[in-house]
Each structure stands twice: as structure tokens, then as C-alpha cells.
Design a protein. Sequence first.
Length: 101
Amino acid sequence: MFSVAVKNLMDNAIKFSFDKKVVIDVKDNKISFINKGKIPSIEQKLFFEPFAKETSQENKDGLGLGLYITKFIIDKHNLNIYYHYEEDKNIFTIDLKNVIC
């Protein structure tokens, strides 16, 4: 199931990027999915709620379940996921410290 979470994060990063690219950065027991794009139009506290979605052209066909499913999987693995926006970049980070010694 972890691979589904990773795929969802990659798909979202590509879908909402300006250049249709995603950078995956692995360091310090963390995996970050980074894209160049605008800040999402929905509130950050809603990102991981079911059926919460942007109403943009890029997401016209989405159901708003991808990040909800991703968070569910991450939680089941006893991990944490974080989001922040920095220098025109959306960054979703999975913290692996609970499974890596």
C-alpha cells in the first residue's frame, strides 16, 4: 500500500506543477515530493479530508480522494506526512523516522 501513497504524491505533484515535473528528495530519513506550482486554493487543514479538492482545470476530473487515501496509508504505517509551500514550491514530506533506525 505504501507504493500507492507514493504514486498518489507523484501524480499530484506532476498534475499541479507548472512544468509537469516532480523532484523526489530523500535525506535525513524523509522523502519529499517537490513541484514548482502555485499554492493550493483549498485550506491546508483540508488537504487530507475526503472529497476536498481544488476546483481548477488541472483537477476537473479528480474526486478529492488521493491525499485522503495517501494519509490513511501513511497513518497505517505509523508515519507522518507534512506539507509546506516555499519559494513557489509545493513540498509534501513523509517522515520515515518511525521505521528507520
